[in-house]
Design a binder for this molecule. Structure first.
Ligand code: MRU
Length: 342
């Protein structure tokens, strides 16, 4: 399934906020529409946000009417800043924009730059999918026949525009013929687990049991979970992992029950400029996402709400980080550095 693609001059994008009830595709013609889609999580998941930003820069470039390279690059930089302001935590957004901006700087004429940017989008998409598949192979080695795997949020094909990271590992194990099943946390407040992971696993034919977030400890204690695999939005150089709010609780529970806790993410999700997870910016979301489910209010009007979209799991809870370059383990500062070197 293509969650994002060119359609003539426009971007065609699956609206993930409507899943699983409706499969609606949007046609986005300009940067404000694309930024709204990223902010509203119509496209979401760190690698997919990166891919969407790359599409955005190419779309924005095509709309700039100027033959002067200097003028063109200055307008393109405004587009880039607008896209960069959509979501603060997933580092893939900034990684993709940096990569696109570097390509733009290298072109000698405006028309050459526009063509190079379109090509770069295709490379980013292709590399994302290839990285996911390699991660799948490395990660599948950690999954044994008969395993029940807990996952949190959605780190599948819908979150990467490729094969998926955490769900890619599970899919690869399934494709190898291992009998695996998934326990999917529903992932409040926006229910990516219930709406998207459950839907994606059912489409893949992988047995899935949906649980609410507060049930994970119960099933771990009951011996029902063999390992947990999640994705990541940003990983610091020391292996601390920012991922969907609730991931930290899963990791602590997993350690208490001696259950391996794995993170699957491409090297583009590692932010080597940050020494530890304390430096990762955490997005705060609109309180309405907590007080209402879709259009139905579930909390009293005027109640005070806190809504961080992500939390940081210290690396001491992480059994391994699965990347497309291999599996990194503690000490992460050294092992993640080796992943960067390739
Ligand atoms: O707010 P979201 O839905 O963009 O959050 C997504 C996650 O937290 C994913 O687990 C993460 O981006 C990894 S996606 C491969």
């Amino acid at each position: 399934m293509k969650i994002i693609e060119w359609q003539g001059e426009n971007i065609r994008m699956l609206d993930q906020t409507r899943l699983p009830l409706e499969e609606i595709y949007l046609e986005l013609t300009d940067i404000p529409a694309l930024c709204e889609a990223i902010k509203a999580l119509r496209i979401r998941g760190a690698p997919a946000i990166g891919v969407a930003a790359a599409y955005g820069l190419a779309l924005g470039a095509n709309a700039i009417n100027s033959d002067s390279k200097e003028d063109f690059l200055s307008k393109l930089s405004e587009v880039s800043e607008t896209l960069a302001a959509t979501r603060p935590t997933a580092v893939n957004l900034f990684w993709a924009l940096d990569r696109m901006n570097r390509v733009a700087q290298q072109g000698s004429s405006v028309s050459e730059i526009k063509e190079a940017l379109m090509n770069e989008v295709k490379f980013i998409e292709q590399e994302t999918d290839e990285a996911d598949r390699k991660m799948g192979q490395f990660g599948a080695d950690l999954i044994e026949d008969g395993f029940t795997i807990l996952t949190h949020c959605n780190a599948g094909a819908l979150a990467t525009a490729g094969y998926g990271t955490a769900l890619g590992v599970i899919k690869a194990a399934h494709e190898q013929g291992k009998k695996v099943q998934v326990f999917a946390d529903e992932t409040r407040p926006l229910l990516q687990g219930a709406r998207i992971t459950a839907w994606e696993m059912m489409k893949e034919g992988i047995p899935v049991t949906l649980i609410t977030d507060n049930m994970a400890g119960h099933f771990m204690k009951a011996g029902k979970i063999d390992c947990a695999v999640v994705g990541a939005d940003r990983i610091a150089a020391n292996g601390d992992v920012a991922n969907k709010i609730g991931t930290y609780s899963v990791a602590v529970l997993a350690k208490e029950h001696s259950i391996p806790f794995y993170v699957a993410a491409p090297v583009s999700t590692i932010d080597y400029s940050l020494k530890s997870g304390d430096e990762i910016p955490i997005e705060e979301r609109d309180p309405i996402e907590v007080t209402c489910i879709r259009d139905v209010r579930i909390a009293p009007e005027g109640v005070k709400v806190a809504s961080p979209a992500f939390d940081v799991t210290p690396h001491k809870y992480v059994s391994a980080i699965i990347t497309e370059q291999g599996v990194a383990r503690d000490p992460y500062t050294q092992s993640l550095e080796r992943m960067r070197a390739g």
